[in-house]
Design a protein around this ligand. Structure first.
Ligand code: TXA
Ligand code: MG
Length: 380
């Protein structure tokens, strides 16, 4: 059969066809051809953006849908101008890259949920540049919230308090509380100061995928789906912020992060640890959703079980030195480096078509507790 070279759209857009039939229409053999290519992981996102040889009888026509040009800039002022226009913008923080919109602009906030394919019941964190901006969001700052803010802002901690009415319910997924965080990363503060309003931002990945720790990872998931990426350095910590609910008398840690439970208890001794009790799940609906998953399988194991798993289809990340034979290996010097590298390693494994990623367990103290939380969720 004669063959033609056809320029194919990006993988994410192709997934739209498969999942929702939204952005493109395929006729003839194209649909099965592309699905087959995807199933065999024949091409990465980038390969698919290039050209592929397909049977000439196939026609691929583009329909309206996600086709926006994603602007990439290193200028925080330019990125902030997009926010003021009602656009959505990815930006670096010390934890992971976020995908931001003006908190008071319900239409812009709705774009975040659409671009990420985020379930509407998962609330967003508002990012502020100053203490004054906290008062634009919070109806009440409880004593524990005040103490955590004084001790840990700016930094990788999100404090949940009751919200003012001006914050649209779409931002908080219908809750009467809002998570607030003041990033410490220099570019993030410059960007947020230039925005002049608090910016709600979930992690800048497609829902369920590993959070992005580089601007390239943002592009991989969201190219053509968002208006702008503020390109910065890779993030420092690599895991998302700790989330502590201070809306009632006793604070509760809802999500582990690099600010540990031990550190929170030094400031407010009664702080409760993470519980999977029904009440706490209701307090943080995001915990119910699948998170941080690479396409590869994830298996947790102890240092002494590693050598049994070596194969050309498998990868390893952890602290131990491992024998040769894995397709990909990331041996980290510390728990900090492990946390920093984890999500990018997951993505690297997916690009390489790895079947199973073996992740070494670590001790659950300090940052180790947050790392184990992410590993368990990825392995679910
Ligand atoms: O480090 C981070 O927190 C990053 C950067 C961009 O700041 N953001 C981030 O956002 O990880 P996201 O949307 O991926 O995770 C937000 C988490 C979810 O588990 C959500 O349920 C919880 O915070 N959360 C947000 N607002 C909440 C609220 N009002 N009450 C309870 N939980 C809330
Ligand atoms: Mg997230």
């Amino acid at each position: 059969m004669a063959r033609a070279i056809v320029r194919l759209p990006k993988l994410r857009q192709l997934e739209n066809i498969k999942i929702r039939n939204e952005s493109f229409s395929l006729t003839g053999e194209a649909s099965s051809f592309v699905n087959d290519a995807l199933r065999r992981r024949f091409c990465s996102d980038y390969d698919l953006a290039h050209t592929m040889s397909v049977p000439a009888s196939v026609t691929i026509t583009r329909r309206a849908g996600y086709s926006m040009q994603t602007k990439i800039t290193t200028d925080p002022i330019e990125a902030a101008a997009h926010i003021m226009r009602g656009d959505i913008v990815a930006f670096p923080t010390e934890t992971v890259y976020g995908l931001g919109a003006n908190v008071f602009d319900a239409a812009a906030v709705a774009k975040i949920f659409k671009a990420k394919r985020r379930p509407a019941d998962n609330p967003l964190i508002a990012h502020v540049a100053s203490r004054e901006q906290i008062d634009l969001l919070a109806a009440e700052i409880t004593e524990s919230a005040e103490n955590f803010i004084n001790a840990f802002f700016p930094g990788p901690l999100t404090v949940v308090v009751r919200k003012v009415e001006a914050v649209p319910l779409i931002a908080t997924a219908g809750l009467d509380t809002i998570g607030i965080r003041m990033p410490a990363f220099k570019v993030a503060s410059e960007f947020l100061s230039a925005c002049g309003v608090p910016v709600v931002a979930p992690s800048a990945n497609l829902s369920g995928r590993p959070s992005p720790t580089t601007w390239e990872a943002v592009l991989e998931d969201l190219n053509g789906r968002i208006d702008c990426i503020l390109k910065g350095e890779p993030t420092e910590i690599g895991l998302e912020s700790a989330v502590v609910d201070c809306s009632s008398e006793i604070p509760v840690l809802l999500r582990a992060g690099s600010v540990s439970l031990e550190q929170l208890r030094e400031v407010v001794p009664g702080t409760r640890g993470i519980s999977t009790g029904f009440g706490d799940v209701a307090r943080s609906p995001g915990l119910l959703h699948k998170h941080y998953s690479p396409r590869a399988g994830v298996v947790l194991l102890g240092g002494d079980e590693i050598s049994d798993q070596i194969s050309e289809q498998t990868a390893f990340i952890g602290l131990s030195k491992v024998p040769d034979g894995f397709a990909l290996v990331k041996q980290c010097d510390s728990v900090e480096q492990y946390a920093h590298s984890l999500f990018e390693f997951f993505r690297e494994c997916d690009r390489a078509g790895i079947a199973v990623i073996y992740c070494e367990k670590v001790q659950e103290t300090g940052l180790g507790a947050a790392l184990m939380d992410r590993l368990r969720r990825a392995a679910e």
